[in-house]
Design a protein around this ligand. Structure first.
Ligand SMILES: NC(=O)c1ccc[n+]([C@@H]2O[C@H](COP(=O)([O-])OP(=O)(O)OC[C@H]3O[C@@H](n4cnc5c(N)ncnc54)[C@H](OP(=O)(O)O)[C@@H]3O)[C@@H](O)[C@H]2O)c1
Length: 273
């Protein structure tokens, strides 16, 4: 599957390296454009057969799928720049939560899907969320879904359900990193452990816990019950978390919902002009 990538930032880069690294794409199938060419140096070194495009239009032509991996407000600019150079039949894929498939379809006449990856694709774990637009054929949908199936799990959702799923899976690594940090730093403050040591302990514990729960091995309740002996120390800590965490997470999801809404409104305004 010939794939073009426009944008090689944190996410575009992680996706390209993951798909090449796990053999989902061959180097000869990939062409990448990034505005700042120096950002592509390490790609050149690790995957020398990957083609580096000199322009967005070059990356967009003669590919089966074109991934647009730039900041959300830049997507309309990219669409206007590549207009006329995308082969008919090319499957256009965006990775931005803040721009709707219908907005893209208003300036591109072919198949459009949205792929929301997670930075944890770098370690072959996590979920890649996919939504397909109305012009995506069954064959194009399967090709895109199977492309990501080696680098973690794939979940296909209707676009209107992507928002909250994105918070859980794609913003998730950021939230989990913060949770690990707060958990560890409070622990370090409460005892005589240095911050670095506490973060190391909390991270390994989070990883072990996640592995014990992964693939439906254990529910959160069942695992907590195995750790929290009746009348013991863990039970006291859990009572505090059960009392205070729901309010914190409700506020967090409300903040992301509000921000997503304002980005959507701004983007809808941009595509009207
Ligand atoms: N980070 C995540 O975990 C994540 C997860 C899912 C989706 N996303 C989506 O991915 C998008 C990119 O995020 P990121 O984390 O990859 O950001 P990033 O590391 O800052 O990369 C941004 C990319 O956009 C390009 N770009 C920015 N302005 C441009 C312009 N005016 N013309 C051409 N190219 C331009 C950058 O090129 P230069 O290198 O030249 O600056 C770079 O390739 C976000 O908007 C977000 O919606 C991110």
């Amino acid at each position: 599957m010939r794939c073009g990538f426009i944008g090689y930032g944190n996410m575009g880069g992680a996706v390209v390296r993951a798909l090449l690294g796990d053999g989902s794409l061959r180097e000869s199938e990939v062409i990448v454009y990034n505005r700042t060419a120096s950002r592509l140096e390490s790609l050149r070194t690790c995957f020398p057969q990957v083609r580096i495009a000199g322009s967005m239009r070059e990356a967009a032509s003669n590919v089966d799928a074109l991934f647009i991996c730039v900041h959300t407000p830049v997507v309309p600019e990219v669409l206007s720049e590549i207009d006329g150079s995308v082969a008919s039949g090319t499957h256009l894929v965006t990775i931005n939560g803040g721009i709707g498939i219908a907005d893209i379809e208003s300036s591109y006449d072919g198949a459009v899907s949205k792929v929301i990856p997670s930075i944890s694709i770098e370690v072959g774990r996590g979920f890649t969320l996919i939504s397909h637009g109305r012009k995506v054929s069954g064959a194009q949908a399967s090709a895109l879904e199977s492309l990501f199936s080696r680098s973690g799990r794939v979940k296909v959702l209707p676009e209107e359900k992507l928002g909250i799923a994105t918070d859980l899976t794609s913003c998730g690594p950021g939230f989990m990193a913060e949770m690990i940090a707060q958990f560890a730093l409070s622990g370090a403050k409460a005892g005589s452990i240095d911050d670095h040591e506490a973060i190391e302990m909390a991270t390994e514990t989070m990883l072990g816990t996640a592995l014990m729960m992964a693939d439906g091995r254990s529910s959160p309740d069942a695992l907590a019950e195995r750790v929290a002996t009746k009348g013991g120390i863990t039970e006291q800590g859990l009572l505090v978390l059960e009392r205070d965490l729901p309010r914190v997470f409700d506020q967090m999801f409300e903040a992301t919902r509000r921000k997503r809404g304002s980005v959507r409104t701004a983007m809808a305004g941009m595509s009207d002009h």
